[in-house]
Write a protein that binds this ligand. Structure first.
Ligand code: SAH
Length: 431
């Protein structure tokens, strides 16, 4: 069992606040990334917020995600799988429940986008082992989509047996390969496109919020894109400006848009289209969990460093940058190829998955007061609407056939449609 290292949880997680980008600068450090960006802007002009975010987070040499471990108490933010083992366990049950509902395929790939420290997969695999008799004839493989060298090494340490050496090939789309402690083959990729197009279950937890967003402001002259430029008043400082005229990215804004400021993440759209295409062709499902909104919020771009809000333009490369996920945009990008469920709030999803029963079982198993306290604190953090219970949402993509079972016909005399047959979005029922 994995428990929290300390009974004191950091009080800030990434989902809590959103910034106007106007927080006071904490320091004026000229980071290598800042120098690089100033040079770039001086030579080719202001850059879009999307380009800024992409450079700052995933530039191969200096990007925030590339060479550090930012997760956990010592890092910059904490995520649900790092808070409680129950989170991953219940997600593991979700995948098994979908695998059973779809007819217990003889094999499946479990594909995770942005696996962090590999903690979530570790918890899911423990559930798979515990339900070994159910899965014993199923051929499972793991596929991790990760751009960070540093995090892929941590994932390998979490998941694989050191006795079996990893195969590495930086030139190949599969840049690392190994075998998990329970004997499951695991491969690492930088891009979802390279994962074999086989029957798969896909998982993305706090992945979409780090993908680059374009930002637009409505002005009397129409939509104008927000750009990042050098501040002419202060040396080595960046500032936001509005593009003087319309930019091509404006095409991403819906014609009937009513907000006066919008963030659009075309890369998220590309990933959703790829997932939808794959699921419609081969079956399987995708589970997406993140903090976000349903096409209602405006300015959510923000930075995190050492569990505190951080000005997004200060000391770039030293802080995480993130924007709330627009779930309405994700659903739109699935283009009807698959059925979507949700978004539902994390507290609803986890309750439907049986978190209360799981908590009771774990509490009954231990007499250690500090472990019991950690379990209760973890539960509170995940479920409390004032904490992560409401801000985080779950969205699932499933093949259309999955919802056309006998149990899901809407009865014309009922005012409400029958409950969802997909666990988490309705109550879990083993079939
Ligand atoms: N899912 C984990 C980690 C979330 S942090 C958790 O919940 O704890 C975001 C993760 O996405 C990190 O692993 C980061 O390295 C990875 N990442 C960021 N941008 C990416 C990209 N463009 N492609 C693939 N992975 C990316």
């Amino acid at each position: 069992l994995r428990f929290l290292m300390s009974s004191v949880l950091p009080c800030l997680w990434r989902g809590k606040y959103f910034s106007s980008g106007n927080e006071p600068a904490e320091n004026n450090t000229v980071t290598p990334m800042l120098r690089h960006l100033i040079y770039k802007i001086k030579s080719t002009g202001p850059i879009t917020v999307a380009e800024y975010m992409k450079e700052v987070l995933t530039n191969p040499a200096k990007g925030y995600y590339m060479n550090r471990d930012m997760l956990g108490e010592e890092g910059d933010f904490i995520t649900s799988p790092e808070i409680s083992q129950m989170f991953g366990e219940l997600l593991g049950i979700w995948f098994i429940s979908e695998w059973i509902a779809a007819g217990k395929n003889a094999a499946f790939q479990l594909v995770e986008l942005g696996p962090g420290k590999g903690t979530l997969l570790g918890d899911i695999l423990r559930v798979f082992s515990q339900l070994g008799s159910l899965l014993k004839n199923c051929d499972i493989s793991l596929h991790l989509v990760e751009v960070s060298q540093k995090l892929s090494e941590i994932q390998a340490l979490t998941l694989t047996e050191e006795k079996v050496p990893l195969e590495r090939n930086a030139e190949s789309p599969v840049y690392m390969k190994g075998v998990t402690k329970s004997g499951i083959p695991v491969s690492w990729y930088r891009d979802l496109q390279d994962v074999p197009k086989e029957y798969s279950f896909y998982l993305a937890h706090e992945f979409f919020d780090v993908l680059p967003v374009h930002k637009f402001q409505k002005t009397p002259h129409g939509w104008r894109e927000v750009l990042v430029d050098i501040d002419p008043q202060v040396s080595d400082k960046l500032r936001f400006v509005l593009a003087p005229c319309a930019t091509p990215a404006e095409a991403f804004i819906q014609n009937d848009e009513t907000r006066d400021h919008v963030e659009v993440c075309p890369e998220a759209g590309v990933v959703i289209q790829e997932l939808s295409q794959r699921i419609s062709l081969t079956g399987g499902a995708a589970l997406i969990a993140d903090y976000g909104h349903d096409g209602t919020k405006t300015d959510t771009f923000r930075g995190f460093c050492g569990h505190r809000l951080h000005d997004v333009l200060t000391a770039p490369g030293t802080a995480d940058l993130t924007a709330d996920v627009d779930f309405s945009y994700l659903r739109r990008m699935s283009q009807g190829k698959v059925a979507s469920l949700g978004p539902v709030e994390q507290q609803t999803f986890l309750r439907n998955m049986g978190i209360d029963v799981r908590l009771k079982i774990l509490l009954d198993k231990t007499d250690d007061p500090s472990l019991r306290q950690q379990l209760l604190q973890g539960y509170n953090m995940l479920m409390n609407p004032m904490k992560m219970g409401e801000r985080f949402n779950f969205l699932a993509l499933v093949p259309h056939q999955r919802l056309h079972g006998r149990n899901h016909q809407t009865n014309a005399r009922q005012s409400k449609p029958s409950p969802s047959p997909v666990a988490g979005f309705g109550e879990l029922a083993w079939q």
